[in-house]
Write a protein that binds this ligand. Structure first.
Ligand code: ADP
Ligand code: MG
Length: 143
């Protein structure tokens, strides 16, 4: 599925809709270049889960946990992972196979441990379509 947005608010509101519908154990991966809107997307998803706490990029930790919503929200940024063992140390399987909703930025770096049922989200710009245009591709390959 492809969704085209033309403002940060549109991206946020699309992600909010996903958050409202998310069920326990839902895993989203999130890829896209710097400045495409990954944080905007994460904020929308969190809003949809009923989280009122401010969501930013988890810069200093691999995973940031938000417990104030309808379901726990686990926001991963694995950019700084150098070897898969670091994910073991984090205890990733408790999150991936738990009762919350995971959003994993830079999931490409740990693709071997991403569960098959993950929903893959990619955000891209297209300079020809304007500064605020984003193409959001949602793929569920595992079923
Ligand atoms: P990332 O986390 O991917 O580095 P951010 O979410 O921090 O990116 O920033 C995205 C920037 O792009 C924000 O300044 C936002 O206002 C802007 N922006 C413009 N158009 C859009 C859009 N359609 N969707 C999401 N963000 C957009
Ligand atoms: Mg970000």
């Amino acid at each position: 599925m492809i969704v085209e947005t033309h403002s940060p608010e549109e991206t946020r509101s699309f992600a909010r809709g996903l958050g409202e519908k998310a069920v326990p154990g839902t895993i989203y991966t999130l890829d896209g270049d710097l400045g495409t809107g990954k944080t905007v997307f994460a904020q929308g998803l969190a809003e949809g889960l009923g989280i009122t706490e401010a969501v930013s990029s988890p810069t200093f930790t691999i995973v940031q946990e938000y417990d104030g919503g309808r379901l726990p929200f686990y926001h991963f940024d694995v950019y700084r992972i150098e070897e898969p063992e670091e994910m073991e140390e984090v205890g990733y399987d408790d999150y991936f196979y738990g009762d919350g909703v995971c959003l994993i930025e830079w999931a490409e770096l740990i693709r071997d441990i991403i569960p098959d049922n993950a929903i893959h989200v990619t955000i891209e710009k297209d300079p020809e379509k304007g500064f605020d245009y984003r193409r959001i591709t949602i793929e569920n390959t595992g079923h």
